[in-house]
Design a protein around this ligand. Structure first.
Ligand code: HEC
Length: 199
């Protein structure tokens, strides 16, 4: 009798654990994998524009080509395509390769069974998805009211405010020799001539 109850408890716990793991795999796809594919692949591989007759918009189309073998990185041709050789990878086509971290995430995802939450569709990134400063309307924020002799322009007040928020202090002003060196390195990539440093 006792052992039956134990067995039942064990079964319930195992099922709960499986469910948890399944959920975690789905989160992994949503949070880490989908953004990579949407940013780097789906622009050319979607149901409208199927470059190479391959769409990554849905699980059905992504797995249909046989380029992803769940649980088997070695047989997954997709991994070959994204692996750079001499700094260049076949995919994303004519673009910089995925970062090492992104490639590792894709490998881990395939090795763990290539979970793709049911019904989840990927989409090309829209401009509105990007929270870029360059897309924000121009605004005139209030200059922080901080009195400090270090502040020479209103921009400095913003910098000092953030520094203070982070518990940091600004560096001392560089001497003139350092400044001219920074300036010429920045502008022409070379150190200043002794004459320029004298001036
Ligand atoms: C700029 C468009 C573009 C992007 C971005 C792109 N591809 Fe492709 N892809 C193509 C084209 C075009 C082909 C057809 C074969 C070719 O021209 O090399 C292709 C083919 C493929 C194929 C079919 C196999 C083959 O060699 O033909 C796979 C798989 C693939 N791409 C995966 C990816 C993955 C994964 C990404 C993102 C990491 C990606 N692609 C990003 C354009 C793109």
């Amino acid at each position: 009798m006792k052992s039956t109850i134990l067995l039942q408890l064990f079964t319930v716990f195992s099922l709960m654990l499986c469910h948890q793991l399944q959920l975690r795999a789905e989160d992994l796809f949503r949070d880490r994998i989908a953004p990579i594919l949407e940013r780097r692949c789906v622009t050319c591989h979607n149901d409208q524009q199927k470059a190479g007759d391959f769409s990554m918009q849905s699980a059905e189309s992504a797995f249909a080509g046989g380029y992803i073998e769940a649980g088997d990185i070695e047989s997954s041709y997709l991994i070959d395509l994204i692996t750079p050789e001499n700094g260049k990878a076949a995919m994303p086509k004519d673009a910089s390769p995925l970062s090492e971290e992104e490639r590792q995430l894709l490998k881990d995802w395939i090795a763990a069974g290539a979970n793709w939450p049911e019904g989840l569709q990927l989409h090309e990134p829209q401009v509105s998805d990007f929270d870029w400063w360059s897309f924000q309307p121009v605004a005139k924020p209030e200059v922080p009211a901080i009195e400090d002799p270090w502040i020479k322009t209103p921009v400095d007040a913003f910098i000092l405010k953030r520094l203070q928020e982070q518990g940091l202090t600004h560096s001392d002003e560089a001497d003139r020799r350092t400044l001219i060196r920074r300036l010429t390195f920045d502008l022409i990539g070379l150190p200043p001539t002794p004459g320029e440093t004298e001036d």
